[in-house]
Design a protein around this ligand. Structure first.
Ligand SMILES: [Mg+2]
Length: 435
């Protein structure tokens, strides 16, 4: 038996605003940041659980405080009973009645719970000697549904529905795992499309993306329609008529504005319109979906929990679902999200980028392919070529696809030197800045 001895948190911020990497219509100057947690135990194996919540700068300290507020639940507890009942840990943490008042199940506290849950999964996977995707993919359907809190879902997805989905995928698991190891999981890239980039940079990066084998690129839109038309036309010239190009408005528009704006770009055949309006406006997304069809609507990076995803699917408001590894309460809630998508037959194309999001979310897509949806058809993981060098196991992109990780853990462990170098002190250091 071993015990949890500490939840060690830190505020880590990268000065990405200096280069306009990550700039979009709503977030002109993000500093990619991590509210980072290490769960330490007294086990002799020396294994630590690493995870983080991604933020874009100011407020990262608030997020760290949220994680700190969970220490009382975990420090001093025996590790093994927690790891043996991850569904129970999830329900315990989201069920803290006083902390729950701050949400419920949304925002800073919910994401803090996600960090702690993900850190425990890191320990569990490292102890098993498996990358997270493989650990999850080798659990039985019964073990997997025990991880999920079906509360508030049962009018759309019951435990029996979930079991049926997982059992249907069971026979092909071994074949798909082999296929995944051989060919990876498709990626698409947002690198060419940041709003702060010049047309020349857009053109160069779009060419590079195609040459690198990515299956799609994405452009940020929504600040100025004339600019969007010019940039989309440029991208179409570079990529040709058939290459998928998605657009992302980062919540910029009113509902009617979204419909008009997207239709004004329809001649360039957007592969999807992402985050057209408020992430909480389920019915607004449904109206937009009807108003821009056959252009698909995608959202999810700010969907605060499984209930919002349920409604988006029930309302036929999205045709592409974009889970995020750290927006909801960790691996457990994202398994619920993957099962919901499978139930409704909607492809999951995760949000990634930021710092460490690619490293983290690839495990969920790979698990989905092996054990849930059983398909990579129409599915791909976002990729942005920033800040990977700070991770112990950086993403390995080959021919535009994510190579299946083989290192044990959840992929979220940041190098200790990077954590030290970018520990927030109240101002950016300019030395060693990656611009
Ligand atoms: Mg986006």
């Amino acid at each position: 038996m071993s015990r949890i001895v500490a939840l060690e948190t830190s505020d880590i911020r990268f000065p990405t605003s200096l280069s306009l990497d990550g700039s979009d219509a709503m977030n002109p100057d993000p500093d990619y940041s991590a509210a980072y947690v290490i769960v330490r135990t007294d086990a002799e194996d020396g294994i630590e659980g690493h995870a983080f919540v991604f933020t874009i700068g100011r407020g990262n300290d608030v997020q760290v405080a949220g994680i700190d507020a969970l220490a009382g639940h975990l420090v001093g507890r025996e590790v093994e009973p927690l790891l043996d009942d991850m569904g129970g840990v999830f329900r315990e943490l989201i069920g803290d009645s006083q902390l729950r008042w701050l949400g419920p199940e949304k925002g800073v506290m919910h994401m803090a719970i996600g960090a702690v849950i993900n850190a425990l999964w890191d320990i569990k996977a490292k102890r098993a000697g498996l990358p997270l995707w493989q650990l999850l993919s080798r659990m039985t359907p019964e073990e997997i549904v025990d991880l999920v809190d079906f509360r508030y879902l049962t009018n759309a997805l019951t435990r029996d529905d979930a079991l049926a989905i997982l059992r249907a995928a069971e026979p092909g698991r071994a074949d798909r795992e082999r296929e995944l190891r051989a060919t990876g999981y498709p990626g698409y890239t947002t690198s060419p499309g940041w709003l702060g980039y010049s047309d020349d940079k857009l053109e160069r990066l779009a060419r590079e993306a195609m040459a690198d084998g990515f299956t799609q690129i994405k452009l940020k839109v929504g600040a100025d329609l004339d600019d969007d038309i010019r940039r989309f036309r440029k991208a179409r010239e570079v990529c040709g008529p058939d290459f998928p190009i998605a657009i992302d408005a980062n919540q910029r528009w009113e509902v009617s504005e979204a419909i008009a704006w997207v239709n004004a770009l329809a001649e360039f055949h957007p592969a999807w319109i992402e985050e057209p309006t408020s992430p909480d406006d389920v019915l607004g997304h449904a109206e937009i979906a009807r108003g821009v069809a056959p252009i698909r609507v995608a959202t999810g990076e700010h969907a605060q929990n499984r209930v919002v995803f349920k409604q988006l699917l029930q309302a036929e408001a999205i045709q592409v679902m974009q889970i995020d590894a750290v927006r909801v309460a960790g691996v457990n809630e994202n398994i619920a999200n993957l099962l919901l998508a499978a139930k409704f037959g909607i492809p999951v194309c995760p949000h990634a980028g930021g710092v460490g999001l690619c490293e983290a979310v690839q495990h969920l897509s790979m698990f989905d392919f092996v054990a849930v949806s059983g398909s990579r058809e129409g599915r791909m993981i976002e990729y942005v070529d920033h800040l990977h060098e700070h991770f112990v196991v950086p993403t390995d992109i080959r021919g535009g696809s994510y190579t299946a990780p083989i290192t044990p853990g959840n992929g979220m462990e940041m190098k200790s030197a990077s954590r030290a170098e970018y520990a927030w002190t109240g101002e950016h250091r300019t030395e060693g800045v990656h611009v």
